[in-house]
Design a binder for this molecule. Structure first.
Ligand code: ZN
Length: 280
């Protein structure tokens, strides 16, 4: 395929795209279709005749191809043109697991995007909204959400909560105070571990259920730091009754200042010296 002409390495486009995609045997690019009108490039990938593949479930010894299924994946753009990979994905008959679809090296099972495209989406999502990412890459927002959902779930499963015992609960608002959320944090590790979609007492139960679903015993929490919001305290009494609650000093000072101001305001009617001393 390669020939050297006056020191210049020349290769055909199939080899070029096979190399650029990082494919290795038995996979290689077998056809390229480019349509300027449709604004897209299609790269057809195939495996060599007689290729064998390992079972994806048990990675037992390699088996011959049982049958194949045509699939398409959105890949990174080629210049300004949308690029798609197409391939017939083989299924193998494993002696232990039965018929299984093999995993292709450029995409995770079940995804309509290549791993590199998903990586681009994750990187963009750190900097902009999902709607913004969808517009930049020319995809529907719900497909972007599905990619994020997969990687967020995977990252959450990898978090080790075995040493987690000090919980911080904090409310915050979105949309200029119209929507309230609650964050639950591992205060020692300085990381958020759950976001509740309200500040009602039920969020504590939802958090506890999520923790159990991740295989963590809520009973290992012994200290909770939160503000004096009654619904949280109510939720803690019912679902994390073993914990000691610590109020943060900002909220204690806030309550104290309010109480002093109330007394000053009542007494200034009798005692003129207290007039105009609010900030004093
Ligand atoms: Zn198997």
């Amino acid at each position: 395929m390669k020939s050297k002409l006056k020191g210049i390495v020349w290769m055909d486009e199939l080899t070029l795209f096979t190399m650029a995609l990082g494919l290795s045997k038995p996979w290689h690019v077998v056809d390229i279709r480019f349509s300027k009108e449709e604004g897209r490039l299609d790269l057809k990938i195939d495996f060599s005749n007689g290729a064998k593949f390992p079972c994806p479930s048990c990675t037992e010894e390699e088996s011959e191809v049982h049958d194949t299924k045509d699939r398409t994946w959105r890949h990174l753009n080629f210049f300004q043109y949308e690029t798609y990979l197409q391939a017939r994905v083989p299924r193998v008959r494993c002696g232990r697991c039965g018929i299984r679809q093999v995993e292709v090296p450029w995409a995770r099972p079940g995804s309509g995007f290549t791993l590199l495209f998903e990586m681009l989406v994750l990187q963009l999502s750190r900097e902009m909204s999902v709607a913004g990412v969808a517009e930049v890459v020319g995809e529907q927002a719900n497909r972007i959400w599905r990619i994020l959902g997969h990687y967020v779930d995977r990252a959450r499963r990898q978090v080790d909560l075995s040493g987690f015992h000090i919980l911080g609960i904090e409310e915050f608002s979105l949309r200029k105070g119209h929507v309230y959320m609650t964050s639950f944090s591992d205060l020692e590790a300085s990381r958020v571990i759950y976001l509740g979609e309200s500040r009602r007492k039920e969020v504590v139960e939802e958090f506890v259920e999520d923790l159990r679903g991740r295989g963590t015993d809520p009973g290992q929490i012994d200290l909770v730091c939160c503000d004096m919001w009654d619904p949280y305290l109510h939720g803690l009494r019912n679902h994390l009754f073993q914990v000691q609650v610590v109020f943060d000093h900002f909220h204690i000072m806030h309550q104290l200042n309010k109480a002093i101001e109330k007394v000053r305001w009542l007494e200034q009617k009798e005692n003129k010296a207290l007039k105009k001393t609010r900030y004093l």
